[in-house]
Write a protein that binds this ligand. Structure first.
Ligand code: 6GU
Length: 246
């Protein structure tokens, strides 16, 4: 089954953009997922096709009209969650990405101007998501980020290595450092344990490095998993899929 993405935007030419390349692009060409970028302006009535208007109460900027946004959403509404990308939204995280990737697809509304009339957000029950604490000029780059994060989790898009990596992040740790040949580069040596061939020692070193780096860079993440009910997945361990347990 194809995972379906519909993007409602005033700038449909921004899509697929980077998602037409690399792994997402190959999966798109193979029909693993589909992408329809719909021009919101096509749903604007009248000769002027105006999609926005001045805010009630005054102030700077323009607000996207509820009737236009509603018509665009109505044209593609089905079982998929409808998501409004806005810096006011809940922060997109890996558990949310996993839930979205496990469904049939997404409808993404990209806002421009000061935002979208609050009433259509409520009437359509839109899920509001942000990709971080900074302000973009529109939701389109955020839609590309969300789609990239979802598509790489679709069955067959990436190998087992990516799933394991994802599990490690979901467990709350940042990645350990990686090294390849040469073992000595400009006098900088690869940590000896990685050359030792002792798999348990390598796994223990990587775990310790992941904990150290997580504590240093992200004190908000729980780096100490000793109190967790389930044992942490070690590198090389098999990883559960997104479906229900057998
Ligand atoms: Cl989803 N939209 C905009 N305009 N800015 C953002 C964002 C979204 N997430 C973070 N900054």
């Amino acid at each position: 089954m194809t995972w379906r993405a519909t993007v409602l935007t005033l700038f449909p030419a921004m899509f697929p953009g980077p998602l037409g390349h690399s792994l997402a692009g190959r999966a798109l060409a193979q029909g693993v997922w589909s992408l329809a970028a719909e021009d919101i302006r096509a749903y604007a009535p009248g000769r002027h096709r105006s999609v926005d208007d001045a805010p009630f109460g005054g102030g700077a900027g323009m607000v996207m009209r509820p009737d236009v946004v509603d018509a665009a959403l109505a044209a593609c509404a089905d079982d998929r969650p409808a998501i409004y990308l806005t810096p006011r939204g809940a922060r997109l995280d890996q558990p949310t990405v996993r839930r979205l990737a496990a469904g049939s697809g997404v409808v993404l509304l990209c806002g421009r101007y000061e935002g979208v009339d609050q009433r259509v957000i409520e009437a359509r029950g839109l899920l509001e998501l942000s990709i971080g604490d900074y302000v973009l000029s529109g939701g389109e780059p955020a839609a590309l980020v969300l789609l990239d994060a979802c598509v790489r989790l679709l069955p067959g898009v990436m190998g087992a290595a990516a799933s394991a990596e994802d599990e490690s992040f979901a467990a709350g740790l940042l990645e350990y450092p990686h090294y390849t040949r040469p073992a000595d580069w400009c006098g900088r040596r690869v940590p000896e344990v990685l050359l030792s061939g002792h798999h348990a020692a390598v796994a223990a070193w990587r775990e310790a490095e992941a904990v150290r780096i997580t504590r240093a860079r992200r004190p908000d993440l729980p780096a100490d998993r000793s109190g967790d009910p389930a044992p942490a997945a070690l590198p090389g361990a098999t990883v559960a899929g997104s479906g229900p347990a057998p």
